[in-house]
Ligand binder design. Structure first.
Ligand SMILES: [Zn+2]
Length: 122
Protein backbone atom coordinates (compact mmCIF):
# COMPACT_ATOMS: atom_id res chain seq x y z
CA UNK A 1 0.00 0.00 0.00
CA UNK A 2 1.47 3.28 -1.08
CA UNK A 3 0.60 6.27 0.94
CA UNK A 4 -0.52 9.32 -0.91
CA UNK A 5 -2.00 12.36 0.73
CA UNK A 6 -5.77 12.09 0.31
CA UNK A 7 -5.90 15.46 -1.42
CA UNK A 8 -3.29 14.41 -3.98
CA UNK A 9 -5.14 11.21 -4.75
CA UNK A 10 -8.40 13.12 -5.16
CA UNK A 11 -6.68 15.51 -7.57
CA UNK A 12 -5.32 12.61 -9.60
CA UNK A 13 -8.70 10.87 -9.64
CA UNK A 14 -10.40 14.01 -10.90
CA UNK A 15 -7.71 14.42 -13.54
CA UNK A 16 -8.21 10.80 -14.67
CA UNK A 17 -12.00 11.09 -14.81
CA UNK A 18 -11.71 14.27 -16.87
CA UNK A 19 -9.33 12.51 -19.25
CA UNK A 20 -11.70 9.58 -19.41
CA UNK A 21 -14.61 11.83 -20.42
CA UNK A 22 -12.49 13.51 -23.09
CA UNK A 23 -11.30 10.21 -24.51
CA UNK A 24 -14.86 8.85 -24.65
CA UNK A 25 -16.00 11.99 -26.43
CA UNK A 26 -13.13 11.91 -28.93
CA UNK A 27 -13.62 8.24 -29.56
CA UNK A 28 -17.26 8.84 -30.43
CA UNK A 29 -16.33 11.71 -32.75
CA UNK A 30 -13.65 9.67 -34.47
CA UNK A 31 -16.08 6.82 -35.06
CA UNK A 32 -18.65 9.21 -36.47
CA UNK A 33 -16.05 10.74 -38.78
CA UNK A 34 -15.10 7.42 -40.26
CA UNK A 35 -16.30 7.63 -43.89
CA UNK A 36 -16.72 3.89 -44.07
CA UNK A 37 -19.40 4.14 -41.41
CA UNK A 38 -21.00 7.24 -42.87
CA UNK A 39 -23.10 6.31 -45.93
CA UNK A 40 -23.50 9.84 -47.31
CA UNK A 41 -19.74 10.22 -47.74
CA UNK A 42 -19.15 6.71 -49.00
CA UNK A 43 -21.73 7.11 -51.75
CA UNK A 44 -20.19 10.20 -53.33
CA UNK A 45 -18.33 9.28 -56.51
CA UNK A 46 -16.00 12.21 -57.13
CA UNK A 47 -12.61 11.38 -58.65
CA UNK A 48 -10.06 10.52 -56.02
CA UNK A 49 -12.73 9.88 -53.46
CA UNK A 50 -11.70 6.27 -53.01
CA UNK A 51 -8.18 7.09 -51.91
CA UNK A 52 -9.50 9.92 -49.78
CA UNK A 53 -11.86 7.49 -48.10
CA UNK A 54 -9.17 4.89 -47.61
CA UNK A 55 -6.85 7.53 -46.21
CA UNK A 56 -9.37 8.94 -43.81
CA UNK A 57 -10.44 5.49 -42.77
CA UNK A 58 -6.84 4.48 -42.03
CA UNK A 59 -6.31 7.63 -39.97
CA UNK A 60 -9.53 6.94 -38.12
CA UNK A 61 -8.35 3.47 -37.21
CA UNK A 62 -4.97 4.71 -35.93
CA UNK A 63 -6.55 7.51 -33.94
CA UNK A 64 -9.24 5.21 -32.61
CA UNK A 65 -6.60 2.73 -31.48
CA UNK A 66 -4.64 5.45 -29.70
CA UNK A 67 -7.77 6.59 -27.94
CA UNK A 68 -8.64 3.03 -26.94
CA UNK A 69 -5.15 2.60 -25.51
CA UNK A 70 -5.55 5.83 -23.56
CA UNK A 71 -8.91 4.63 -22.29
CA UNK A 72 -7.34 1.39 -21.09
CA UNK A 73 -4.51 3.12 -19.22
CA UNK A 74 -7.00 5.43 -17.52
CA UNK A 75 -9.07 2.45 -16.41
CA UNK A 76 -5.95 0.66 -15.19
CA UNK A 77 -4.93 3.72 -13.17
CA UNK A 78 -8.40 4.10 -11.63
CA UNK A 79 -8.45 0.40 -10.69
CA UNK A 80 -5.04 0.73 -9.06
CA UNK A 81 -6.27 3.68 -7.01
CA UNK A 82 -9.14 1.51 -5.80
CA UNK A 83 -6.84 -1.37 -4.95
CA UNK A 84 -4.30 0.91 -3.30
CA UNK A 85 -1.48 -0.06 -5.64
CA UNK A 86 -1.49 3.20 -7.57
CA UNK A 87 1.83 4.97 -8.05
CA UNK A 88 4.01 1.89 -7.94
CA UNK A 89 6.49 1.51 -10.78
CA UNK A 90 5.64 -1.58 -12.86
CA UNK A 91 9.34 -2.25 -13.41
CA UNK A 92 11.26 -1.60 -10.22
CA UNK A 93 8.38 -1.48 -7.74
CA UNK A 94 9.48 1.88 -6.38
CA UNK A 95 7.16 4.78 -5.84
CA UNK A 96 6.62 6.88 -8.96
CA UNK A 97 7.49 10.54 -8.44
CA UNK A 98 4.40 12.44 -7.38
CA UNK A 99 5.19 15.33 -9.72
CA UNK A 100 5.19 12.90 -12.61
CA UNK A 101 1.83 11.46 -11.62
CA UNK A 102 0.31 14.91 -11.29
CA UNK A 103 1.23 15.67 -14.91
CA UNK A 104 0.75 12.16 -16.27
CA UNK A 105 -1.61 10.26 -13.99
CA UNK A 106 -1.51 7.18 -16.20
CA UNK A 107 2.28 6.80 -15.84
CA UNK A 108 3.22 3.19 -15.10
CA UNK A 109 6.95 3.63 -14.63
CA UNK A 110 9.09 5.91 -12.51
CA UNK A 111 11.25 8.47 -14.30
CA UNK A 112 14.40 6.31 -14.15
CA UNK A 113 12.66 3.24 -15.60
CA UNK A 114 10.87 5.16 -18.33
CA UNK A 115 14.21 6.64 -19.39
CA UNK A 116 15.70 3.17 -19.55
CA UNK A 117 12.76 1.94 -21.62
CA UNK A 118 13.23 4.83 -24.03
CA UNK A 119 16.90 4.03 -24.44
CA UNK A 120 16.13 0.42 -25.30
CA UNK A 121 13.60 1.54 -27.89
CA UNK A 122 16.08 3.90 -29.52
ZN1 LIG B 1 10.95 2.21 -11.78
Amino acid sequence: MLNFPKKTLEFIKRHLRRQQREVEKNLKEVEEDDPVKSPSLAESSEPGTDSYLADTHAKTIVLGQQLKNAKTSILVALTKIKKGTYGKCEKCGMKIEIGRLMIMPTAQYCIACSKKTLKIRN
